[in-house]
Design a protein around this ligand. Structure first.
Ligand code: AGP
Length: 370
């Protein structure tokens, strides 16, 4: 049995370890190194259409939705186009405002999620151009979409999605840069700078995977708790939403992910002695602000783990109980690294609790009912 798991104890761990390969494969052939640009010949979307896009709607479920939250920050920053995120099961019922200048991006690992497929059909019926980011070439979503950007994560077996999420991030980085190229919102040098940082990501993930011991022991520690909180700002907030989902899904520990600045508007009432608060704090522009939110929870007895860059560890340790570091990358790409720590945290917490990591209760890999 471990043979089909490549020697790993679970598919989830195998798939976490496949991420460097999945990043490389998803980038392969899509970066023109001579000209420092992204090439996506598979897209039918014309230069004219790209120039005319007025808004983007990203629609998906679960982890794919969480990848879309990062997609939004990437497209807004690179191409300066306004983006909305929608949960697919809600999208159709809110009469979304769709025009021929709306680009709808549906994200789905399986390409078979019923809610996402229904949202795609609704968007098309209303005249939007629909781009699918999917891991399965012949899937229903791939067949129905106007355009397909395939992620090359390879088959994902564990119910908890890992390499599909991070491959979706890579697809968003590539697509965001492509939009920026066509619309002229970034210079050649700026694009080259991002591409170079992207190409370092696989090695950086490898380094993280070789240093997972601290994460494992922290996971064994949180496995003793019934509730915990995740906080972050900006991209870090999007990533902790994924970290919280992953932890709930396979460890059954209740957690909530909060925008760090929003805690004091209610949730702070739940913080009491010894409650773990996991703070993802990588976005330097808002670091001071998050640090003051960390102090708010510390003052109420929380036990805080900060996940950040090595260069901030000493300073953070003055205010928090534990620090786990991640390799440094550009702020816009940080999710592709920080999420790996949260995946491992969920995995080892589930393992410590003796749960069925690959097949958590009540859940199916692909949800084909609405
Ligand atoms: C992820 O860990 C979950 N199992 C789940 O949220 C999943 O991402 C969601 O059901 C969407 O699936 P899809 O990407 O195949 O559409």
């Amino acid at each position: 049995v471990t043979a089909e798991k490549g020697g790993y104890e679970h598919f989830m761990l195998k798939e976490i370890h496949e991420q460097p390969r999945a990043y490389r494969d998803t980038m392969l052939g899509r970066i023109d190194h001579d000209n420092h640009q992204v090439v996506l010949p598979e897209l039918k979307l014309s230069v004219e259409q790209i120039k005319n896009i007025r808004n983007v709607q990203i629609v998906a479920c679960g982890t794919a939705y969480n990848a879309g939250l990062i997609g939004r920050t990437v497209i807004e920053q690179f191409a300066r186009i306004p983006v909305e995120n929608d949960v697919a099961s809600e999208y159709r019922y809110r009469s979304p405002i769709i025009t021929p200048e709306t680009l709808v991006i549906v994200v789905s690992q399986s390409g078979e999620t019923a809610d996402t497929l229904a949202a795609l059909r609704e968007a098309k019926a209303n005249g939007a151009h629909v781009l699918a980011i999917t891991n399965v070439v012949g899937s229903s979503i791939a067949r129905d979409a106007d355009d397909v950007l395939v992620t090359l994560a390879g088959p994902e077996i564990a119910v908890a999605s890992t390499k599909a999420y991070t491959s979706q991030l890579i697809a968003f980085y590539l697509f965001g840069l492509y939009l920026a190229q066509v619309r002229g919102t970034m210079t050649k040098d700026e694009i080259a700078h991002v591409l170079a940082a992207m190409e370092s990501l696989p090695e950086q993930v490898e380094a993280m995977l070789n240093n997972a011991d601290t994460i494992k022991s922290y996971a064994e520690h949180i496995a003793k708790h019934k509730h915990l909180f995740f906080i972050g700002r900006g991209q870090d907030y999007a990533v902790v939403q994924e970290g919280s989902l992953k932890l709930k899904e396979i460890s059954y520990i209740h957690s909530e992910a909060y925008a760090a600045g929003e805690l004091k508007h209610g949730t702070l009432a739940l913080i009491e002695d010894g409650v773990p608060v996991i703070s993802l704090i990588t976005q330097e522009s808002v670091m001071e602000k998050t640090l003051s939110n960390i102090k708010e929870v510390k003052a109420r007895g929380a036990e805080v783990l900060a996940i950040s860059y090595e260069e901030h560890a000493a300073e953070l340790l003055k205010s928090v109980d534990h620090v786990i570091t991640i390799p440094k990358t550009l702020p816009v790409l940080t999710a592709a690294l920080s999420v790996v720590t949260l995946q491992l945290l969920a995995y080892y917490a589930s393992l410590a609790l003796g749960h069925d990591v690959d097949k958590p209760r009540n859940l199916a890999k692909s949800v084909t009912v609405e």
